[in-house]
Design a protein around this ligand. Structure first.
Ligand code: BDP
Length: 324
């Protein structure tokens, strides 16, 4: 009996230690393994493992194998997925505070976006996320998005008129395409290649690394640098997983998130340049748009609709637009 009790005790102790040691988070990532977001997530995992002495490990599942982005956001809120890097486009459907960053041309440039997201704007959006069960621990880079299609370069908003354009899942993007007379088709990222190839859509829009890493350029070779959207991405933790951590572990995870974001932003700039080079070498026709004012003016109805629906956001919209 004594021995049995001892054994049970020992087994129980191992089980408890085992649970702690075996705590492994599951991370969702839409991108392929060799991509700045993916490398940022790996860095995050390395730091967490190292600094918790292996009590917490974090495994990232790349290439969207854990599901589409809108589904993954729901799974994150439920705690089925513990962490992931999400674009504020799809995030805005669940967290309305994020939508202000989706207004076309709202940020003057990428550095302005970083500065605002690292300050009060990021805090306000982060609060909205927390209320919905999501804890952001790092704002990642995603550059600026531009249009691509298989027909001809886009030089003016009129060139988008009549085009079927794939957009990310958010009503705001539907309004953006309609403001130029185009037809928007919200669609999961994984479906875009086939849809371009078979003509379900005429075009889409994305930043150079995504356009390149998905091979969309093979089926849509005109890339027009409208740079209409500068959308932040976030490394997010499920509030359920977060709440299960000790305060020390939370501090480690938060710091690892911030550090991974700094690293990811550096990688982003390198990859953007490399992607543009790859695209040019592959025969993609890239046209710059020196004067974007016609595109910016075409977005007036998008702003009007947004402010009409969210009157209390009007001062914030002006603040972001005027920030330098
Ligand atoms: C990429 C984002 C990714 C989105 C994708 C898309 O990094 O989160 O899912 O665009 O267009 O740039 O769906």
């Amino acid at each position: 009996m004594f021995i049995r009790n001892m054994l049970c005790g020992a087994l129980a102790a191992t089980a408890i230690a085992g649970t702690v040691a075996a705590e492994e988070w599951r991370g969702w990532n839409i991108h392929v393994e060799d991509y700045p977001v993916s490398h940022g997530m790996e860095r995050f995992a390395d730091l967490v493992e190292e600094r918790t002495g292996g009590e917490l490990t974090a495994k990232t599942f790349h290439s969207g194998v854990l599901g589409s982005q809108p589904d993954a956001i729901e799974q994150l809120r439920l705690g089925v997925i513990d962490f992931g890097v999400f674009n504020l486009g799809p995030m805005g459907q669940a967290v309305p505070e994020a939508n202000v960053t989706l207004l076309p041309f709202i940020f003057r440039d990428v550095p302005t976006m970083y500065r605002l997201m690292d300050g009060e704007l990021g805090e306000a959006i982060g609060e909205g996320m927390r209320e919905r069960g999501i804890v952001p621990v790092g704002w990642y880079a995603a550059g600026a998005r531009s249009f691509y299609n298989g027909e001809a370069p886009i030089e003016t908003p009129e060139d988008v008129a009549g085009m079927k354009v794939r957009v990310m899942n958010n009503d705001l993007f539907v309004g953006m395409i309609e403001a130029m007379g185009g037809n928007a088709t919200p669609m999961d990222f994984a479906e875009v290649y086939q849809s371009l190839r078979t003509g379900v859509v005429d075009g889409a829009e994305n930043n150079p690394p995504s356009y390149e890493s998905t091979n969309h350029y093979e089926v849509a070779k005109f890339y027009s640098l409208t740079e209409h959207l500068i959308i932040p991405e976030c490394l997010c933790i499920s509030l359920k997983s977060w709440d299960a951590l000790t305060p020390e572990q939370q501090e480690i995870v938060a710091e690892a998130g911030r550090e991974s974001a700094t690293y990811q932003r550096e990688l982003w700039d390198e990859r953007e340049a490399a992607s543009l080079e790859t695209l040019r070498a592959a025969g993609v026709e890239i046209n710059e748009i020196a004067d974007k004012s016609a595109f910016q003016e075409a977005m007036t109805p998008v702003y009007d609709a947004y402010v009409a629906d969210n009157p209390d956001m009007a001062p914030l919209v002006e603040m972001i637009r005027n920030a330098e």
